[in-house]
Design a protein around this ligand. Structure first.
Ligand SMILES: [Ca+2]
Ligand SMILES: [Ca+2]
Length: 476
């Protein structure tokens, strides 16, 4: 019966029918990394998403790279670093990212793991060991022929990398991270398995294999006799870590396994409804990253025994919006409005790069990134010939609308010399072009306040109406 089913599936596959009858791929992102630095938690998923949080509960999606296959995130050198197989992304704040491409061939250069040892980054991968002090300039180190290195650790005194391919489990060591030697290979007797990850508790080295098995060695002396296998664990192991001199392993079915020597294990069923993907030690805590249905979830522990579930929530809101309508004072009694009169008022948040201009309806909006909404700002509105207007003590913790279309912010015309007061000096400025029309050489369009192609008494009257007004009058 099973064979017949397989045959049917094979025929369907060949006929290309299987997708159409619905074997939908799981498109939900898998949580793959978390780190802490710069006062923020950062998390990454395997669909190119980066999220930031100050409390590990409320998260904000700050960056998404379409088709980005993120592997790991670390904090070091005062910056976040996100690893993909072909490049690293670097950011001091989690919002603005710079990338360094290792090259375009995953098969030859792909990096699988990366660490920061306090002075430099070290990455290991398919055929490479690379180092960098800043994340942007990388040096290739001699990997002594080792390929498919999946994992690297720094114990404080030594660097160890592990990997392997098709039944050639491989362990490399170094005392400085630059000069490497092969410690030895293992596992021909274990079929096509290879080392996926390693960790050390200070006494022993624990290896997780790509088939979900565990091996432990006290001395890495060479030969499989020095390794003990922990195959007896009931479930497929997804990830391992060492924490407080103890090994902790997670299985996909919501169980956690503990061992002090890597040989004798105890299990704790945390929650079978959760899928556990990664376990990470960071910032003195343990984090289990997983999923509940399609939702990302985190379990965290400070002692490796008592676990708290975090109800992870993500806001996609990246920005707060400051918006409003602006209109010149003189158009209020006009039946038709020249759109140029509404256009190009400058709105800027003083002391920042955030600014905007009004459109032909007098509308503007400024988007302020979520990580910069806590400050108190001044907003300045200006345009040639208008008395500058400033709003002080503005907070933008929520969206701010300064004025609606039917009651726009009024701007007073007449400050031709832009000194904050409308007076005789402004009128004198205009008199240089007084009684000129657009074809005259004396005509200066900036003084044609009502845009009627003539500079005459009508323009002077516009100034006179606001005579002696100053910028502080906007406050009254
Ligand atoms: Ca003036
Ligand atoms: Ca005019």
């Amino acid at each position: 019966m099973k064979k017949i089913l397989l045959l049917i599936v094979a025929v369907l596959l060949i006929g290309g029918l299987l997708p159409s009858i619905g074997f939908a791929q799981d498109e939900t992102p898998n949580f793959v990394g978390i780190a802490y630095g710069n006062g923020s938690y950062i998390s990454i998923d395997d669909k190119g998403g980066i999220e930031l949080s100050s409390d590990c509960v409320q998260w904000t999606n700050t960056y998404t790279e379409p088709n980005g296959r993120f592997l790991k995130v670390i904090w070091g050198n005062n910056q976040y670093m996100v690893l993909t197989t072909t490049k690293v992304l670097i950011s001091p704040d989690g919002y603005q990212w710079t990338s360094f491409d290792f090259g375009n061939s995953e098969d030859t250069i792909g990096i699988c793991d990366i660490i920061w040892d306090g002075k430099k980054y070290i990455g290991v991968g398919y055929s490479s060991i690379i180092t960098s002090t800043d994340g942007l300039h990388w040096d290739y180190q001699d990997s002594k022929g080792a390929t498919y290195l999946n994992s690297i650790i720094y114990t404080g005194t030594e660097y160890i990398a592990a990997g392997g391919y098709m039944g050639s489990g491989r362990v490399m060591k170094s005392t400085d991270g630059y000069n490497w030697s092969e410690w030895y290979g293992l596992m021909e007797e274990y079929g096509d398995d290879s080392f996926e990850k390693l960790c050390s508790n200070g006494k022993s080295y624990l290896f997780q294999t790509s088939f979900g098995n565990l091996f432990v060695s006290d001395n890495l002396a060479g030969g499989s006799s020095s390794y003990a296998t922990s195959k007896s664990l009931a479930f497929y192991i997804h990830d391992i870590v060492s924490f407080n001199n103890q090994f902790v392993a997670i299985a996909s079915n919501g169980t956690i396994h503990y061992s002090s020597d890597g040989k004798n294990w105890s299990a704790q069923q945390l929650d079978s409804t959760y899928y556990f993907n990664k376990i990470i030690s960071s910032n003195g805590k343990l984090y289990i990253l997983g999923k509940f249905g399609s939702k990302k979830s985190i379990f965290t522990s400070t002692d490796g025994k008592v676990w708290a579930r975090i109800d992870y929530s993500v806001k996609n809101l990246l920005y707060r919006k400051i918006s409003g309508y602006i209109a010149p004072d003189f158009i209020q009694n006009q039946s038709s409005v020249n759109s140029n009169d509404l256009l190009d008022f400058n709105i800027e948040i003083v002391g920042t790069n955030f600014h905007s201009k009004t459109d032909i309806n007098g509308y503007f909006e400024i988007l302020v990134p979520y990580n910069q909404i806590d400050a108190v700002y001044s907003i300045k509105i200006s345009k040639q010939n208008y008395l500058q207007r400033v709003f002080n003590n503005m907070t933008i913790k929520s969206d701010v609308n300064l004025a609606q279309a039917d009651k726009p912010l009024t701007m007073l015309i007449g400050d031709i010399d832009n000194n904050g007061v409308i007076n005789i000096a402004d009128i004198i400025q205009i008199t240089k072009s007084f009684n000129s029309i657009v074809s005259d050489s004396r005509y200066n369009y900036t003084y044609d306040l009502n845009s009627d192609n003539a500079i005459n008494i009508a323009d002077i009257i516009m100034i006179a109406k606001n005579f002696n007004r100053t910028s502080t009058d906007y406050l009254n």
